[in-house]
Design a protein. Structure first.
Ligand code: ACM
Ligand code: ZN
Length: 550
């Protein structure tokens, strides 16, 4: 690790720059700046009070202090003076909501107190943001933390970041880097989009062809995504990859230490060219499906709704996914399933007739309910994109709303009639694969659209029209990052950052604490921190007033 011995004057410089104005994103619930500071040195005792010293959180705190702040602190006893303390309440403080924490820094030391490990992890992120922004590249012998009293907790329980690893594959090392930046901004749900037409990314023992065939496509990474040049006769499929179960376990442990729940998404019944390329017998027809290399529309691939083997396949996949992922949730996709093949398929039509269904939408709902029954028997819940409402869903299904052009009254109806819970990810505020500057000014090609950071910042997860009681059915919100145009992880970071910070405030901070002018002023300092941590980001700020006329 880089460890520089710096002079007292350098210390003063680091303590002085930018630290007068406290810069925290997301904005905490309550913050009171006090006079003075506490200087953490290599001799400051680290007290982990009421904590198991070998717990993932205790180890994470120590690893974080050393790698991010260059501090290898001696451990101190509970009564140590002038200490940095992390205190787990022995009996929960009822005034502090789940994931909340308090942080008090003054001349006598720093105390971070929480009811849960999650709260301590968030207190740690806040402590890090109180340190100078450049600290990660310039470790010093002493770090001045301004005196402050903070009480903080999230507005929403679901604070998500979605990553598509099918259209382009990102390795475990990048996934961990993604989890780190999520933790820094207090996001807690990683929605891992593991399967789609362009590649299957998860080891499944019972269906090995999913990764032998379905994880690989011919390499068009030297072309633009839109060129979509089909495979030539005999051309080898060399672009792709997948995560082994061991790698997934490594990611899960890494995420858990950062209070991040990993929600796997397995797309059914559409977005499945890669499945049909691997197992053509699951299609309605004999079309030669391939692992797609570029855009195509409309999406023709759909697994046969009349074939019992398809239902067995779904259940088998769910069994392996449930065994691997501890999350209560499994995302089953359900979006954009074009049903042309089902209309022409004798097996699908026979199933519709036999079950007395009214149409193909109801056939999709029947399939999803079959899977839901299977996972519910193992105490798991499904999440699906909002299309799953079209043929009816059970009250237990969680809806992920993405189609900003479909009136949110359909959600309000589902909440009122059935009590479905909802996660808000409307494309109009949350699709961070859209351009963040005007397309003609962009330095990186995007899928289209225009979603400046100022608009992400204006995201309000509670739809108008819901009463305060009904608002409780909204679990929170999430930024979605589709990866068609993201060839490298640096491209991912460019689209993610800094818009993820705006989303983080929308789902963490109290509504009344949000203020675009204040947030915009904070961005340069936050970018400095992101640079020090080695992240790429977009350096322009797109504004709502510049939006092109529709
Ligand atoms: C989606 O963007 N098709 C969920
Ligand atoms: Zn069929």
């Amino acid at each position: 690790m880089k460890h520089l011995l710096l002079s007292a004057s350098t210390l003063l410089l680091l303590a002085g720059c930018g630290q007068k104005a406290i810069n925290l994103v997301p904005q905490p619930v309550q913050i009171t700046a006090q006079q003075g500071q506490f200087v953490i040195t290599h001799n400051t005792p680290l007290v982990l009070q009421n904590m198991d010293a070998s717990s993932a959180t205790a180890l994470y705190i120590q690893e974080f202090l050393s790698s991010r702040l260059g501090l290898h602190l001696p451990s101190g006893s509970d009564d140590a003076a002038q200490a940095l303390r992390f205190i787990l309440n022995p009996t929960p403080d009822a005034a502090l909501p789940a994931e909340g924490y308090t942080l008090q820094a003054n001349a006598n030391g720093i105390s971070i107190v929480a009811n849960t490990d999650a709260g301590l992890v968030y207190g740690l992120q806040t402590l890090y943001q109180l340190a100078p922004a450049q600290i990660s590249t310039q470790h010093v012998d002493a770090i001045a933390i301004p005196a402050v009293d903070i009480t903080d907790y999230p507005r929403f329980e679901w604070r998500g970041s979605h990553l598509d690893v099918s259209r382009h594959f990102f390795d475990v090392e990048y996934v961990k880097k993604h989890l780190d930046v999520m933790a820094l901004y207090k996001l807690n749900k990683f929605h891992w989009h593991l399967t789609d037409d362009h590649g299957w990314r998860l080891q499944i023992d019972k269906y090995p062809k999913l990764t032998e065939i379905g994880a690989w496509r011919v390499d068009r990474s030297k072309e633009t995504w839109l060129s979509n040049i089909p495979p030539k006769e005999g051309e080898p499929a060399t672009y792709g990859g997948f995560y082994t179960k061991e790698q997934v376990k490594e990611v899960l442990a890494y995420a858990a230490a950062r209070n991040i729940e990993v929600i796997p998404e397995i797309e059914i019944p559409g977005h499945c060219s890669e499945v049909l390329a691997s197992y053509p017998e699951f299609a309605c027809d004999t079309f030669p499906y391939i692992v797609e290399v570029g855009p195509y529309w409309p999406p023709k691939a759909i697994m046969c709704g009349g074939n019992d083997k398809v239902i067995t396949f779904f259940n088998d996949i769910m069994d392996e996914v449930i065994e691997l992922f501890p999350s209560q949730y499994i995302h089953i996709g359900g979006d954009e399933a074009e049903k042309g093949n089902w209309k022409a398929c004798a097996k699908c039509q026979a199933r519709i007739k036999k079950l007395k269904l009214n149409n193909e939408e109801e056939l999709q709902s029947w399939m999803i309910r079959e899977v839901e029954k299977h996972v519910a028997a193992k105490n798991k819940r499904i999440i699906g994109w909002d299309e799953i409402l079209e043929g009816g869903v059970t009250p237990n299904a969680v809806l992920m709303y993405w189609r900003g052009w479909v009136k949110d009254s359909v959600l309000i109806d589902a909440i009122r009639k059935q009590g479905n819970q909802v996660i808000m990810t409307p494309n109009t505020y949350c699709y961070i694969d859209y351009y963040q500057t005007l397309p003609q000014q962009a330095t990186q090609v995007a899928i289209g659209g225009y979603l400046p950071i100022e608009k992400v910042y204006a995201f309000e997860p509670i739809p108008t029209g819901l009463s305060a009681d009904e608002a409780h059915f909204i679990k929170g919100g999430q930024a979605n990052l589709w990866a068609e145009f993201l060839f490298e992880s640096t491209n991912v970071e460019y689209m993610l950052l800094p818009r993820l910070l705006a989303l983080a405030e929308a789902v963490w901070s109290p509504k009344e604490a949000r203020n675009w002018a204040r947030f915009e002023q904070q961005l340069p300092n936050q970018k400095k921190r992101l640079s020090a941590l080695g992240y790429n980001y977009c350096n322009e700020v797109g504004l709502i007033k510049d939006a092109p006329k529709e």
